[in-house]
Ligand binder design. Structure first.
Ligand SMILES: [Zn+2]
Length: 307
């Protein structure tokens, strides 16, 4: 289990599972095997010898000393995932691994979500006797209000298209996405709402001392990454703002899963340039290998140096 220290804060990666090679092929359309092979530093951690991308599903536990925060909660066990069938009905020992890291379910104070896609909210709940119940009974489940309302609008069939001017993909217009969003709400969010554990917060909200949301829209309407700062050091949990490390080498490579691909690419290019050769520890929510690294200049491009 990998962990990093940022000032007084400890961050631990808890892996749910590696993604089977091929499941996400084509998600980033520019990342063809031929194009990926032109980016040699991606092999072997982030791409195989044939140029197929390697991905991971994991959470980060941010332990400030006074609070335990779980950032994103993977796919979960036994969930319905018709949109990505390989991620449905899973049976992974994620909670056992969380326990091995020192965090039992009752010790989690905050669940923090970057966005509401099925692979980021799954361990919000567990099946107990045929009923979905909150996994972390003492936690505040925290989401940015705009992000929550956007997905709720899709699930509820509200006409939110006027909200989405300029979006490349109107997710709500896709019946498969609408159905998946309803399942996400029913299985992974509503039980937390019913238990009174949901907190909706404004954009760029400060969660606790040293931990704050940073607006990184594009993958979803109000996607937020998470900045962690302590004693002059900082780390940044990407969420799907940087979906795969190939987008550090090529910030313009866009994901089919993005709500607004042009916005996502533009914000990513700014971020990579602004943080290159800095001490910022970048923790990728789907990065395989060490999952953490620093952005360094590499000729006229950039790469991720593992940390
Ligand atoms: Zn994701």
């Amino acid at each position: 289990m990998r962990s990093w220290t940022v000032g007084d804060i400890k961050i631990t990666q808890v892996v749910e599972m590696p993604v089977e090679i091929g499941v996400l092929d084509g998600l980033i359309e520019e990342a063809t095997p031929e194009a990926v092979q032109q980016v040699p530093w991606l092999h072997p951690d982030h791409a195989d010898a044939g140029g197929q991308l390697i991905w991971s599903l994991h959470s980060y536990v941010v332990d400030t000393g006074s609070e335990v925060i779980v950032v994103d909660t993977g796919c979960g066990n036994g969930k319905s995932a018709p949109l990505i069938p390989a991620w449905g009905n899973l049976d992974n020992p994620f909670l056992e691994r969380l326990g091995e890291a020192g965090y039992t379910r009752d010790k989690v104070d905050v669940v923090l979500g970057t966005h509401l896609h099925l692979d980021h909210v799954g361990w919000n709940t567990v099946d107990e006797g045929g009923r979905w119940v909150p996994t972390f009974p003492n936690a505040r489940y925290t989401y940015v209000e705009d992000e929550f309302n956007y997905h709720r609008g899709i699930a509820d069939e509200n006409d939110i298209s006027s909200d989405l001017a300029g979006a490349v993909v109107y997710e709500g217009a896709n019946p498969d996405i609408r159905n998946q969003t309803r399942l996400v709400f029913a299985q992974s969010l509503q039980p937390c709402i019913d238990a009174g554990l949901l907190d909706l917060v404004p954009t760029d909200h400060i969660v606790t001392e040293g931990v704050r949301y940073v607006s990184t829209p594009g993958h979803t309407k109000s996607h937020h990454s998470v900045m962690i700062e302590s004693d002059g050091q900082c780390a940044f949990v990407t969420g799907d703002f940087i979906h795969h490390p190939c987008q550090i080498g090529q910030p313009g490579w866009r994901s089919h899963g993005d709500f607004d691909r042009a916005l996502s690419a533009a914000r990513r290019a700014e971020f990579v340039e602004a943080n290159a050769d800095s001490d910022l520890l970048v923790l990728g929510t789907h990065f395989a290998g060490t999952s953490g690294g620093r952005i360094v200049r590499d000729g006229d491009a950039y790469r991720l140096e593992p940390v």
